[in-house]
Design a protein around this ligand. Structure first.
Ligand SMILES: Nc1ncnc2c1ncn2[C@@H]1O[C@H](COP(=O)(O)OP(=O)(O)O)[C@@H](O)[C@H]1O
Ligand SMILES: [Mg+2]
Length: 234
């Protein structure tokens, strides 16, 4: 589905991503773990075309996308929930959700399925994004990414700074999306996460990054045996 092969990326003279290869499959949750500063966010930004890569290939359904703009990648089916959420604080919940539909015809309605996944957003349609709690903003950011009907949902640390009850809700939604898909279409999930227990619960496959490179990878069910907790302990 989504295939990243031998990606190298630099910020100025600093070699940040080193020969990174990762795949995300439809119907599966692939979790990327790693301590602060190892290059997780840079990898996701490279995937989305928000920072250029020096070498390597990124393919979606076998098609090269590494030269596509972020807009083209979103249209091709990559949905991105950035670290820190980045919702529009001064726009309403409804307007934020419409931003997710920006490249669809203007009359496209907000998919009702989003309100089944996140009922709280329906009650808050007219509120400003900035007035929501952190957890509600995170749900809004995920719903905004889902509004476009992505085939790959890419999330950067969605549990960061969020209360446990909403973390549970978000985990349930991620699992449900992997199992059942979105509007009946299968979805691949690529989840960057530092919260080990959440990652362990959701991972079908895991990847551990260290200093810009893949240090370990395997099945989610082997994370204990593979001692992943120790690899990512701070
Ligand atoms: N815009 C930038 N310019 C220069 N260096 C950056 C930039 N963004 C991140 N870095 C550096 O790249 C490395 C990886 O950062 P990042 O991808 O944010 O890591 P993570 O998401 O795993 O915490 C860090 O050393 C960080 O300081
Ligand atoms: Mg990060």
């Amino acid at each position: 589905m989504l295939k990243i092969q031998n990606v190298n990326q630099y910020y100025g003279g600093s070699h940040i991503l080193r020969d990174v290869s990762i795949e995300a499959q439809l119907g599966k949750v692939t979790v990327i773990l790693g301590r602060n500063g190892v290059g997780k966010t840079t990898l996701l930004k490279s995937l989305m075309g928000l920072v250029p890569i020096k070498t390597g290939t990124i393919t979606l359904d076998g098609k090269d996308i590494q030269k596509s703009t972020p807009y083209e990648r979103a249209r091709a089916g990559l949905g991105f929930v950035p670290q820190g959420r980045e919702i529009f604080g001064r726009l309403t919940v409804e307007e934020n959700l419409r931003m997710g539909l920006a490249y669809r015809p203007a009359s496209t309605p907000i998919p009702a399925e989003l309100f089944e996944l996140f009922p709280v957003l329906k009650q808050m349609l007219g509120r400003r994004g900035g007035d929501l709690s952190g957890g509600q903003q995170q749900q809004l950011a995920i719903a905004r990414a889902l509004a476009a009907g992505p085939r790959v949902l890419i999330l950067d640390e969605p549990t960061e700074g969020i209360q446990p009850s909403i973390i549970k809700d978000i985990g349930r939604v991620i699992r449900m999306l992997a199992n059942r898909g979105l509007h009946g279409e299968p979805v691949a999930i690529l989840l960057v996460e530092q919260y080990y227990d959440f990652a362990r619960e959701l991972a079908d496959d895991y990847v551990v990054m260290e200093r810009g490179a893949v240090r370990a990878f395997g099945k989610g069910s082997n994370m204990e045996i593979d001692r992943v907790r120790e690899l990512v302990a701070i």
